[in-house]
Write a protein that binds this ligand. Sequence first.
Ligand SMILES: *[C@@H]1O[C@H](CO)[C@@H](O)[C@H](O)[C@H]1NC(C)=O
Ligand SMILES: *[C@@H]1O[C@H](CO)[C@@H](O)[C@H](O)[C@H]1NC(C)=O
Ligand SMILES: *[C@@H]1O[C@H](CO)[C@@H](O)[C@H](O)[C@H]1NC(C)=O
Length: 270
Amino acid sequence: QMLRRVYWLCLFACALVAACNFPSITAQNVAASKSDTVSDAAHEHKPAKKSFKIAIFTPYVGNSQILFNIRVAEELLAAGHRPTLYMLHMHDMNITELPVDPRITVTHVEGSMGLNGSQWLEDQAYFAFNNIPVWDSEFRKAMARWGEIHKTCERFVTNQTFLAEVESQGFDLATTYSINACPLGIIHKTKIPAWVFLNSGALMDSVAEVMGVPMPPSYCPPFLMDAGEKLCFVQRVKSLLGTIMYQRGWRSMVADVETRIFRKAFGPDF
Ligand SMILES: *[C@@H]1O[C@H](CO)[C@@H](O)[C@H](O)[C@H]1NC(C)=O
Ligand SMILES: *[C@@H]1O[C@H](CO)[C@@H](O)[C@H](O)[C@H]1NC(C)=O
Ligand SMILES: *[C@@H]1O[C@H](CO)[C@@H](O)[C@H](O)[C@H]1NC(C)=O
């Protein structure tokens, strides 16, 4: 009996030692590989801390969007980079100017084609806080108004001063937003070598599609669909139809229209 007790005690002790060592061994391995990666990275990029020039294309459509971009610019500034905020005006709107750190360059660019900014903000609030079906005439009118936003792209693209200024800055990186695809063309035209999407909200379907993020409609309901995490069969059918409609609509109403604007300005190969 004594022997048996010692045997179990040994087994228990061995198990305890193994259990305690396992995580520490894996943690050590991870720590070792992490520090290797860090030193490799530091070795490759000398000097380790580089200051980048960053263009932040900000949709001037409401202070929630503007504030988000200002905060990002301030963080980049604090990290030693040189951000420039390009405030892209898309509507006629008089909103309270938000304070920006004076070390951040702010350039306002007018792109409004006479769209009523107060109406835009009212639409946003009305459709966010009321349950309006997509076939409602008010909804269709609002969608038509939102569909006009691409017209602002023409004003940005034909502003030679703006394009020349962006190009002459020699930016290392640009950020853009998900409302339309206009800044992508501007980034390409002004030869900024790298860019990222900077979205203040959820991953937009259009962004997911162009970036290659899979959004299978049987699990991911499309933009504006009222559904939870689990979809029943009927919801999946609805989701599939909505996804097809959204993708087609976004391409034909936004991206393709803007591509035509760039081609009109810079030739058919753009
Ligand atoms: C904004 O303010 C200017 C000057 O006060 C005024 O002329 C303009 O009509 C205003 N625009 C809107 C959309 O309220
Ligand atoms: C813009 O829309 C607001 C809100 O709907 C309205 O009160 C205002 O008269 C409109 N302004 C113009 C210039 O149409
Ligand atoms: C063109 O862009 C510049 C900023 O680079 C801006 O100051 C100017 O107002 C814009 N011109 C027009 C006509 O919108």
